[in-house]
Design a protein around this ligand. Structure first.
Ligand SMILES: *[C@@H]1O[C@H](CO)[C@@H](O)[C@H](O)[C@H]1NC(C)=O
Length: 242
């Protein structure tokens, strides 16, 4: 998938993945030139150097911010691995992101690519520390809930608010949790912000995502909303390592 429209709200069918299996295909990507000039050789060289540096440094802590070059040719990049991923899985995801940047957006000044296990962004603009919810997209589990959708949705919202509260106060800006619903079912939730955000902006980002979630996945057994600075997800099965 390749989109030039920066403001997106898509509903994509999500295959039921087995718990803890990380797909190395991108969920979604946006490549967009921020002006009409095509990128220079220097920019491409800087982008390659940036990806190389991030792939080396980020896996150990699950996050990386780097800038390479100056002026028009500066490339700023960010990677964020899902909070439960260990070094190797994080590294694998970043390498996959690198490969997709080379394939999908080699002549673009900005790109954002989401995977199951990581987010990769780069831009000629220095976006670090800025809350970006201009690129959101939505995915849902294909299965409908079998119970009252409105009651289910209230539980989802309650869990997400609880996790957003915990995440914005935690150093990793990440939280997971569970909630019993009915007698035998459990909701599993995950929220995460990019670590260049302040706690306050993380909370804003997550609250915005939570408010968009019903129009994304109302009545579905699972849903996720991703944007440039944070993402949230719930399912009726465990999809992360505790
Ligand atoms: C899920 O619910 C929608 C809306 O109520 C309905 O149109 C659709 O057929 C349902 N899908 C399944 C698989 O039951």
């Amino acid at each position: 998938m390749h989109h030039h429209n920066p403001r997106l709200f898509h509903s994509l069918a999500l295959l039921l993945l087995l718990p803890c299996v990380i797909s190395i295909d991108p969920l979604f990507s946006i490549c967009s030139s921020s002006d009409d000039c095509s990128v220079s050789q220097t920019f491409k060289h800087n982008l390659n150097k940036l990806m190389y540096t991030l792939a080396n440094r980020a896996p150990a802590i699950g996050f990386g911010l780097e800038s390479v070059g100056e002026g028009h040719n500066q490339v700023n990049g960010l990677v964020l691995c899902r909070g439960d991923l260990k070094n190797v899985a994080c590294s694998t995801c970043i390498r996959a992101a690198e490969a997709h940047v080379r394939k999908l957006c080699p002549f673009e000044k900005e790109a954002t690519i989401w995977f199951d296990g990581c987010l990769f962004r780069y831009s000629n603009n220095k976006f670090f520390g800025e809350l970006d919810n201009s690129k959101e997209f939505c995915m849902t589990n294909t299965l409908n809930v079998s119970v009252n959708s409105m009651a289910f949705n209230m539980k989802v919202t309650e869990l997400m608010h609880r996790l957003a509260l915990a995440a914005h106060l935690s150093p990793l800006l990440y939280a997971t949790g569970e909630m019993e619903i009915g007698e035998s079912e459990k909701l599993h939730g995950l929220v995460q912000c990019t670590r260049d955000l302040s706690g306050g902006d993380c909370k804003k980002c997550l609250e915005n995502a939570i408010s968009e979630l019903p129009s994304c996945s109302y009545g579905k057994q699972g849903g996720r909303l991703m944007d440039g600075s944070c993402n949230i997800r719930y399912e009726l099965y465990p999809f992360f390592d505790a």
